[in-house]
Design a protein around this ligand. Structure first.
Ligand code: CTP
Ligand code: MG
Length: 222
């Protein structure tokens, strides 16, 4: 299966205590897990978006892998995605998958579901139904109940037809605060499919998430 990949790795990881994409997980840097998952699934080009000055670190982290290059990211995630899109050099007729460096446990099956969904949609994202009951709070007091039906937790990678995502970002003014690419594409009139996500595809956000990801990895290799 042939597609272009973008990994956004230009964040500061502040909630995790810094630098989460470069940290080791199961003996391999987090960014390397994400890059290998996309390259092994058939990415023919992979753009890795990093903060200015982190190019050498990326080269060290991804040593021995082929078909990737870095580009400098921006101050917000959407600016990093934009930089990644602008750096793609080949194959405008192929899908593009945009992935968080901070989600290292990416299975091939998720990628297959995303690409299959592009047969009938402009974009697709993996999602899991919300399990907890939800409350709205105000000043540390419960202010109401939020209906859980129809709510999903969005993951990455998010897959798009190349022309759709390029048009959506070309029109994006940068003044809205979209949380992800799917929101930008949907805001531009695109149809985005929800496909079955994967609990293992958790994002490393807080320090304790590393222990959880290590546990998931050791289950897999047992
Ligand atoms: N990201 C990026 N450019 C930014 C902000 C985020 O490329 N300006 C990337 C991060 O490197 C990460 C992914 O987007 O792989 C998801 O973002 P998040 O989990 O929020 O990571 P950080 O922004 O690095 O962490 P924090 O918000 O805790 O500082
Ligand atoms: Mg962030």
């Amino acid at each position: 299966m042939s597609f272009s990949g973008i990994i956004v790795a230009a964040g500061s990881g502040s909630r995790a205590g810094g630098d989460k994409q470069w940290r080791a997980l199961g003996g391999k840097p987090v960014l390397r897990w994400s890059a290998e998952a996309l390259l092994n699934a058939g990415a023919d080009e992979l753009v890795v978006v990093v903060a200015a000055g982190a190019e050498d670190r990326a080269a060290e982290t991804l040593a021995g892998l082929s078909n990737w290059r870095t580009v400098t990211g921006g101050g917000v995630r959407a600016a990093s995605v934009s930089a990644g899109l602008a750096a793609l050099t080949c194959c405008p007729d192929r899908p593009v998958l945009i992935h968080d460096a901070a989600r290292p446990l990416l299975d091939r099956a998720v990628i297959d579901r995303l690409i299959a969904a592009l047969d009938h949609a402009d974009g697709a994202l993996p999602a899991l139904p919300v399990a907890d009951s939800l409350r709205r709070g105000a000043d540390s007091l419960m202010a109401g109940v939020v209906e859980r039906d129809g709510l999903w937790r969005a993951q990455t990678p998010q897959a798009f037809r190349r022309d759709t995502i390029e048009a959506a970002y070309a029109a994006w003014t940068g003044t809205e605060a979209p949380t992800d690419e799917a929101a930008v594409v949907q805001g531009h009139g695109g149809r985005v499919a929800l496909v079955e996500g994967d609990p293992r595809l958790m994002k490393l956000t807080y320090p304790e998430d590393f222990a959880m990801a290590e546990a998931l990895l050791s289950q897999q290799t047992r």
